[in-house]
Unconditional design. Sequence first.
Length: 96
Amino acid sequence: MLVALTVRRLKPDAFDDFRRAWERESAPPGWTRALTARSVEDEQEIVSFGFFQGDLDELRRSQQEFGYASQRSAVDEHVEAVLADGLYEIVIDLQG
């Protein structure tokens, strides 16, 4: 399983516009869950991460087929800075 993670600093008062640009009615195939969290100390800092069941090639195909580039472009209009952005493979999974 892969995890996509992006930490963003939003422009002032941009959260509602960011949310409209980011949200979808459902996740594209392969994506099992996607979450966005807001810092409790700085409401302009948000972390978005999603879980993808598949390999890197399948993830790239999913992104192309479901318009990720255009969605990302719409989201970026509301972002002041990207603080971290990457894809990670889960190597330890602790469940409570």
